[in-house]
Each structure stands twice: as structure tokens, then as C-alpha cells.
Design a protein. Structure first.
Length: 191
């Protein structure tokens, strides 16, 4: 099957990372991490995604051909800061049938884009740490607090030393937060 190529995209879900990290598969694929691609390239792709998606919204709601304004798409592309999840959520917000008002939804989003991203991350964090033990909650406060406060990214080993846990404990504590954090592998040099 060597001439066959399969292109798979996914968030860094722990199950997928574990499966592809297994010794039988480790050397059979190439991995490209979106956060390692130059921000300018990702922003261009996000802008294209927004233009294409908003064209569908425009058709659905029979809006003028000039909608949306290029400046609004450009602003949203910049607000996304390289995160496709922000762009996809923006499109859903603007095209939401419960509001059926894409023009005003887009205005709201362009003027207050950051709260949408904040709400999105709060939702992800809430689902990732829903019903956790008090012990894990305390560990996460210590680990996440240290990540937020350090000036330069630390290796998992250095972060573990800083917070007083083993590297395995730090890694496993962060394993459900791949959607909101760049969680390095155990052997990666920097967190």
C-alpha cells in the first residue's frame, strides 16, 4: 500500500496522539502541526475559509453581492490569530438561523471578537475539566498557573521541577487540554 497516501486532519486529541505514537505507526506518517506553520500562511488560509463560508451565508440569506465587506473578513482573519476554530465558530455565529441576521451578527463579531474566543475557550476548559477530582483540580491550578506566569516556555521536565510533580504527572494532567494548549510530547524540548 506504499503508493497510497491518506491526509488526516484533527485536533490533537489524546486518543489520536496515543494511537499514532504507538511504535507500530510512529515511522509510517508525517506530522504537520498547525501551530508550527507561519502565522501569515495560516491567516491567509483562514481568510480564504471565511470568504468561502460567508459566500454560502450570503446565498442562504440572499444578501447583496458586496456582503461581507473585505475589511470585516480581514479583521476576523486577524482576530482568529491562526485558530481555525475561531473562524469556524465565527461563521456559525454569523449564519445562526436563530438570529437570521447575518449582517448584524457580523457587526457584533467584528466589534467584539475577543469575547467569542474567550467563551469558546471557557467552554473547552469547562468540558475538559468537568467532574474532576479535587486533587487534579489543585494540580491543574499549579501547572496552568506556572505556564501562564513563566516568561519563556519550559520543557516538560523543567515545568515538572518548577511545580514539584513528576514529568509524567504534568503530562497526564494536561492531556485533556490539547484543544487549548500546546502540550508537548514527553521528549519535546519546550512546552
Amino acid at each position: 500500500l506504499s503508493p497510497i497516501r491518506i491526509f488526516l486532519t484533527s485536533r490533537p486529541d489524546p486518543h489520536i496522539l496515543t494511537s499514532f505514537g504507538a511504535p507500530d505507526y510512529r515511522d509510517t506518517f508525517n506530522r504537520l502541526l498547525l501551530h508550527e506553520v507561519a502565522l501569515e500562511l495560516v491567516t491567509t488560509d483562514i481568510q480564504h475559509f471565511l470568504e468561502t463560508s460567508f459566500a454560502e451565508v450570503r446565498e442562504q440569506y440572499m444578501l447583496e453581492e458586496s456582503w461581507p465587506a473585505k475589511e470585516d473578513v480581514s479583521t476576523l482573519s486577524q482576530l482568529a490569530m491562526g485558530l481555525f476554530i475561531f473562524a469556524a465558530t465565527s461563521v456559525k455565529f454569523v449564519g445562526d438561523a436563530e438570529y437570521s441576521d447575518p449582517t448584524n451578527q457580523l457587526k457584533k463579531l467584528v466589534s467584539t471578537g475577543a469575547p467569542l474566543l474567550d467563551d469558546l475557550y471557557l467552554q473547552i476548559l469547562g468540558s475538559a475539566i468537568y467532574r474532576i477530582s479535587r486533587e487534579l483540580s489543585e494540580r491543574l491550578k499549579s501547572i496552568l498557573g506556572s505556564i501562564v506566569l513563566v516568561r519563556d516556555p519550559l520543557s516538560p521536565t523543567d515545568l515538572a521541577r518548577l511545580v514539584g510533580y513528576s514529568a509524567n504527572t504534568v503530562y497526564s494532567s494536561l492531556s485533556r487540554l490539547h484543544s487549548v494548549l500546546v502540550v508537548p510530547g514527553r521528549d519535546d524540548p519546550a512546552a
